[in-house]
Design a protein around this ligand. Sequence first.
Ligand code: GCO
Ligand code: MG
Length: 413
Amino acid sequence: MRIESAETVVTSPGRNFVTLRVVTADGLTGLGDATLNGRELAVASYLRDHVAPLLTGRDARNIEDTWQYLYRGAYWRRGPVTMAAIAAVDTALWDIKAKAAGMPLYQLLGGASRRGALAYGHASGRDVPELLDSVRAHLADGYRAIRVQTGIPGLDSVYGVAASAAGSGERYDYEPARRTAGGPVLPVEETWDTRAYLRHVPSVFEAVREEFGPELPLLHDGHHRMTPIQAAKLGKSLEPYDLFWLEDATPGEDQAALRLIRQHTTTPLAIGEVFNSVHDYTTLLAERLIDYVRSAVTHTGGVTAMKKLLDLAAVYGVRSGMHGPTDISPVGMAAQLHLDLAVHNFGIQEYMRHSPESLEVFRTSWTFDEGLLHPSDAPGLGVDLDLDAAGRFPYEPAYLPVNRLADGTVHDW
Ligand code: GCO
Ligand code: MG
């Protein structure tokens, strides 16, 4: 099964996506997601200029060997650009293998361990009443687990709060990367105050629990902004509201910081959406400092690497909670849904709905019923790429925001 071509497709149906499309001599097509929000063209060039020439003529069946060839063979290891590129190749080859077998990918990963994957959506509001409306809208749309983010009194714009907290049926999903047609574009700058945040958040969860009761799984993302001692304080102050998890309490590269948080709170902890390798997790797993692994297939080297990471996590009783914002393309999401269905240590799947334009370009077959996602039984990943539709949405430069403290100091966003 010889690889005939490997084409990198950049398209922007409402937001930018990078997709690798691998075609074999016997006519099978595989797709892989390589989208790195705000740095898309770096991965597109890595694939086009450095990886595609190595793929032509290779045997598409040898997924592990191709992974090692691209990882060890590059000499330079890890990093989000490299690992997103390897992920795209790996995912496309799994798509091809499953199509050749005439099976949905999850069958090749061991078969279904559950009926579907519990998904959480992103409720948000500029204030508490708007947030409560957004939670209601998510419940009406079928979500059975909900992430809660709000505006902070005194701050103009805050991570995780959608521009409009629309009602059911309307779009309410948060899209942080801002596009400016025609560029050049500079990132939007936001102002941050951790003390104001720490004062406000417990009252938000109190209001949500009062309105919706104790059952509903609630999640929250700290988005890397706290020091370890501030994160410990927040985890403690949220204990009465029984969170499903507190995510990215501190910047992820400091694994040892999690020790301090863990010593102070029983609020479950999730981390890893900006990680790109199993090596980012070794201390966190071996010392049981986290409860959920947040990596995405797209940024961690694909299905092969994600499965190995989740198997290592299983040894320590740590579960999956794969990253699923809209910047993970429908191809990347589908790959995760197959893993979600197959692995034993599944925890939860983040699921933000893609825009109607994105779903014109990427034809998905997954279903979302009663709060559970299922990847469908279509052979392969179950996603098709409409090249004509992709061509109608050319790339537009976009950046994620930059965060500053009131005195101008750059802070983690
Ligand atoms: C999440 C993430 C996202 C990121 C985004 C950056 O938990 O879903 O924090 O909202 O900010 O993916 O590209
Ligand atoms: Mg996050």
